[in-house]
Design a protein around this ligand. Structure first.
Ligand code: DON
Length: 307
């Protein structure tokens, strides 16, 4: 008889708590540097509405780059394939905040998940609207995906990143110099910093990811994006969702995933489940160290790898 999912999650949480090396919390955003690294949570949301959790699954954390999945979903919904004239679909093999390829490649970022690409996506959904409206739309999208209105943007985190956002500002100015930004760099960056400051619990993130599971939908949980977009976003998560750690994540876990420097990872088991994991300590590529290990163990125990 297969081991019940709840038992698998409980065992993983116990094992993670016992590991001494939890990685390093992100230090370049002061608000994130204060987070206690000794926290861990995992949540699995199933298409039938069931959710299983273990660890600190009700603690809110900063989803950071995981938000790039939601902004991409909005941008594809609005612009469709037009978006791909401004951003590519190839892994970069470089850190998330690198500027190197932008110079060689005419200001077209490699993919929508590295910071340069995510700035283009945010700029695209911003269009010529006010940041407040666009952030409201993004928040409503996430809240309806999670079926939970108690999700918000942490203004302190957004401000903390704005005060130390020189690198993203440099990327935005570089994009502007190549004619690949519609709005002023400060406006696009400000909107992007607020998007990254979305805060939710691990349980809420697993629920919010269900729109990417694919397969049949129910009247209770209507389709938020087209089946085509579901497939494409999952493909990009698999190939680019962990930056220069994407190959390693695909090798170890075998599922599409998107990480954030807050220590969260959203992982999709297509047709089966939306998984969220959170542990603030990061590995050398800026992805959650224990989070990666935990979903590797989950994929092994469940056989959910797509390969
Ligand atoms: O732009 C930044 O640097 C952060 N707001 C987000 C980066 C991030 O989460 C990278 N992911 N691992």
């Amino acid at each position: 008889m297969p081991v019940p999912l709840q038992d698998i999650l409980d065992r993983i949480a116990t094992q993670m708590a016992a590991l001494p090396d939890k990685g390093q919390v992100a230090a370049y955003i002061p608000e994130l540097a204060q987070v206690d690294p000794n926290q861990f949570a995992i949540a699995v949301a199933l298409p039938d509405g069931q959710v299983h959790t273990a660890g600190d699954a009700e603690t809110r954390f900063s989803i950071q780059s995981v938000s790039k999945v939601f902004s991409l979903a909005l941008a594809l919904g609005r612009q469709g394939d037009q978006l791909w004239s401004r951003v590519g679909r190839e892994p970069s093999g470089l850190p998330f905040n690198s500027i190197l390829q932008l110079e060689h490649e005419g200001g077209i970022p490699r993919n929508p998940f590295i910071n340069a690409g995510a700035l283009v996506v945010t700029d695209a959904i911003l269009d010529r609207n006010q940041p407040r409206e666009v952030l409201g739309e993004l928040l409503r999208f996430v809240q309806s995906a999670a079926e939970d209105s108690d999700i918000r943007i942490n203004e302190h985190v957004a401000r903390s990143e704005t005060a130390h956002g020189d690198r993203n500002m440099a990327l935005a100015h570089f994009l502007a110099a190549h004619g690949n930004l519609q709005n002023a760099p400060a406006l696009t960056c400000g909107t992007y910093f607020h998007q990254c400051a979305l805060e939710m619990t691990t349980r809420q993130l697993a629920l919010a990811g269900r729109f990417l599971i694919g397969g049949p939908t129910s009247p209770q949980f209507p389709q938020l994006i087209s089946p085509n977009s579901v497939r494409r976003i999952n493909a990009l998560m698999l190939t680019c969702g962990h930056y220069d750690g994407s190959g390693d994540f695909a090798y170890r876990v075998g599922l599409p995933g998107k990480s954030g420097v807050g220590g969260g990872i959203l992982v999709i088991a297509p047709g089966r489940a939306s998984i969220a994991v959170w542990s603030p300590g990061l590995n050398a590529q800026g992805n959650s160290q224990l989070g990666t290990l935990a979903v590797e163990q989950l994929a092994t125990a469940t056989g959910w790898s797509i390969f």
